[in-house]
Design a protein around this ligand. Structure first.
Ligand code: IMP
Length: 191
């Protein structure tokens, strides 16, 4: 069975392929010759994940799963949320985004936040979603250099280190994306 993972990140594909039954053959967007930017015009993380999976199904005919992630900050009413990639502007720059977030939060004592990943799966004319959440807080300054995006200013609940101060293995174990992928893999293993 062929299943598209709506990404061109070979590492992500290899990681998930290793966890699912071998009769499911994962394909990237390049593998199916989908070279255009897939529209992400919804105003929720879940909506964008579903839009991407449906786009591949509708335009290329393959069953597919797609992920979308955002950082939701309580004191900012859930911002930047679905707009996390371009919070500080269309240049999608991680440092600009962190600077704006720290400015917007100012000296607020409520620094609670969560990362949320939603994976949408279209399979056999059925749509399912799998959600992974990692709760934590926004630090007052950047700490660490690993990872990407908002990692240097996000400290998972109960831990001393930000995501940017931990190994990828540790981040994947407790992180939002790892949890959503684990739910997807559990589901695919029941097929
Ligand atoms: P995407 O949906 O995976 O493309 O994520 C959207 C945006 O959320 C990224 O451009 C990053 O700014 C942010 N983001 C997503 N995942 C992470 C993460 O694991 N750590 C830090 N930032 C992330």
């Amino acid at each position: 069975m062929k299943l598209v993972f709506a990404t061109n990140n070979a590492n992500k594909i290899r990681e998930v392929q290793a966890l699912i039954p071998s009769h499911i053959n994962l394909l990237s967007l390049t593998d199916i010759n989908c070279l255009e930017d897939i529209p992400e015009t919804q105003d929720t993380i879940e909506g964008n994940a579903i839009q991407k999976a449906n786009y591949v199904k509708d335009n290329y005919g393959f069953d597919c799963f797609a992920d979308d992630t955002g950082l939701e900050v309580d004191a900012l009413n859930g911002a930047p949320g679905v707009y996390s990639a371009r919070y500080a502007g269309p240049q999608r720059d991680a440092t600009d985004n962190m600077t704006k977030l720290l400015q917007d939060l100012g000296s607020s004592s409520n620094r609670d936040a969560q990362f949320k990943t939603v994976i949408a799966l279209t399979l056999n004319n059925k749509l399912d979603t799998f959600t992974g959440i990692c709760e934590g807080e926004i630090t007052k300054a950047q700490h660490g250099t690993d990872g990407f995006g908002y990692d240097p200013i996000f400290r998972p609940q109960g831990l001393k280190n930000t995501f940017a101060e931990m190994s990828l293995t540790e981040k994947n174990t407790i992180g939002h994306r790892g949890k959503a992928v684990a739910l997807l893999v559990d589901y695919l293993n029941t097929l």
